[in-house]
Design a protein around this ligand. Structure first.
Ligand SMILES: Nc1nc2c(c(=O)[nH]1)N(C=O)[C@@H](CNc1ccc(C(=O)N[C@@H](CCC(=O)O)C(=O)O)cc1)CN2
Ligand SMILES: Nc1nc2c(ncn2[C@@H]2O[C@H](COP(=O)(O)OP(=O)(O)OP(=O)(O)O)[C@@H](O)[C@H]2O)c(=O)[nH]1
Ligand SMILES: [Mg+2]
Length: 456
């Protein structure tokens, strides 16, 4: 792969004050730089306690210098770490001194993610692992951090590679047969191609379910609270968040702007979006709020349609139902059950997967609601430790599945279409390679690494 020639430097620790701050430099050969900076060579992989001097020999800081020789480093290049005191000004001075010394060596400031990009280009990790580095840093819950670490250590990539190997095996058989046209007729039977395909397909399905969970774990589920004014949407948001986030009053039309709160259910991040109550109104401000409610509803992963349990068959709710998107999972949540006379309970639809009874005031039914949300997120509590995945990975798995299905179609209509079968297998394989980065466009790499923080 293409290896860049110039060295890069950046502050690797978070901006702001900290106990220790690190300036990191990576390049194909830093021995000249090290000598110019310290006037002495450094023993690789040893901690040296040294002054970091300016051009006049005055100490800017004193700290630990660590020198990693290529390829035994994070990036696979020579890496020098200057671990000093973690103050903004002192770190900036150390970095500036690096550029002074490094000018002779073509030292440049690192772009976001450039250290990790070099690690990827030097085969220190594949693309899914590089993405996991960023996901680990950005993880908002311990469960997400655990999942990111699983991906970083290769749990996800290993499964992708195992699946790719099975497709490669089948491809080899097909391609070999294509060289001997007289054998094509027997191919499918001889190698039980349909059975192999079926079993690859089954494995892909299980991988997709797993990856879907990993993606929800990373990005969270967007749950929108929708319904008429005064049904208790904001009260439910507050109850789920365990805090007074949104204003609650008995005045219909209290919420104007959407209010979003991140909560965690069993470690799964869930973005709860409270919206303005839906109704016909002349009020300009409220109308803008209601438009925003519909925008949020259109983007939702799950809609909780709140209904006042005392009026379960309200016309306005029927109108709302008719306008809700058909394909978004929706739960009808009958709120204020604490106010219901027992005799009225019969008027409510039976509780099931899509009809729940709750009270935002007493907390009745909230645990069932939480579990229901987890279920809709594709979460099954007994899954062995999940790894984190991204939307990009899910799309690639979906496309892989489409190609496998087309391959299966050609396998079932087996008259002289072995080359089409082979082509679909090739495309399915390519999709898996996009996940681990064996084939990727520079655009995609740019997009992925530019979203990293500086110094990573
Ligand atoms: N100070 C410091 N801490 C850090 C990092 C770093 O770059 N510097 N990391 C950066 O993100 C993470 C650790 N990742 C690293 C991965 C590989 C190597 C490395 O030197 N690997 C060599 C040697 C392995 C060995 O001794 O067994 C190799 O793989 O050949 C270093 C850090 C988190 N903590
Ligand atoms: N008894 C009882 N009252 C509730 C319950 N949930 C909400 N309320 C009351 O219903 C009124 C309206 O609650 P909100 O949470 O502001 O309703 P909303 O759906 O957000 O209303 P808008 O923001 O106007 O759309 C308040 O007086 C709440 O205290 C409940 O479960 N039981
Ligand atoms: Mg409200």
């Amino acid at each position: 792969m293409s290896i860049t020639t110039y060295p890069i430097a950046a502050i690797a620790t978070a901006p702001g004050r900290g106990g220790i701050g690190i300036v990191r430099i990576s390049g194909p050969d830093l021995s000249g730089f090290v000598h110019a900076f310290f006037s002495q060579p450094l023993r690789p992989r040893h901690a040296h306690f040294l002054p970091f001097n300016d051009a006049h020999g005055q100490a800017i800081d004193e700290g630990i210098a660590l020198y990693f020789k290529a390829p035994h480093s994070y990036t696979g290049e020579d890496v020098l770490e200057l671990q000093g005191h973690g103050g903004t000004a002192v770190l900036r001075r150390v970095l500036a001194r690096c550029f002074e010394v490094g000018a002779a060596f073509g030292l440049r400031h690192a772009a976001p993610g450039e250290f990790t990009q070099r690690a990827f280009l030097n085969d220190r990790m594949d693309l899914a692992q590089a993405e996991a580095v960023a996901d680990l840093i950005n993880a908002s819950s311990e469960a997400a951090a655990k999942g990111a670490m699983a991906s970083l250590s290769g749990a996800f990539s290993n499964q992708i590679n195992a699946l790719a190997d099975r497709i490669i095996h089948l491809r080899m058989l097909v391609e070999a047969t294509l060289d001997f046209p007289e054998e094509e007729i027997d191919f499918l039977e001889k190698y039980q191609a349909a059975e192999q395909l079926q079993s690859i397909h089954d494995e892909l399905q299980s991988l997709r379910r797993h990856a879907k969970q990993g993606q929800v774990m990373r990005d969270g589920l967007h749950v929108v609270l929708a319904g008429q004014p005064n049904v208790g949407k904001s009260s439910l948001l507050n109850a789920l968040a365990g805090d007074e986030i949104a204003i609650v009053t008995d005045i219909a039309g209290t919420t104007r702007d959407r209010v979003t709160q991140l909560i965690h259910i069993d470690g799964v991040p869930i973005h709860i979006v409270d919206t303005a109550g839906l109704r016909e109104t002349e009020d300009t401000v409220e109308n803008i709020g209601i438009q925003r409610s519909w925008q949020e509803i259109a983007k939702a992963n799950v809609i909780l349609h709140l209904i006042d349990a005392r009026h379960p068959n309200d016309d306005s709710d029927q109108t709302i139902i008719s306008r809700l998107p058909q394909h978004t999972p929706t739960i009808r949540v009958y709120n204020k059950c604490d106010l219901l006379e027992t005799s009225h309970l019969d008027l409510l639809p039976k509780e099931n997967d899509s009809h729940l009874r709750i009270s935002a005031h007493t907390g009745q039914g909230l645990e069932t609601l939480r579990q229901r949300l987890l279920h809709l997120a594709g979460w099954s509590p007994n899954t062995e430790s999940p790894w984190l995945a991204r939307e990009r990975h899910l799309h690639a798995l979906d496309r892989c599945d489409e190609h496998l299905q087309l391959a299966r179609f050609h396998a079932q209509h087996d008259d002289q279409i072995l080359d089409l079968f082979a082509e679909e297998l090739r495309l399915a394989h390519t999709e898996l390679c996009e996940i681990t980065g064996t084939f990727t466009s520079d655009d995609l790499l740019g997009e992925i690494f530019s979203s990293f923080c500086i110094g990573k």
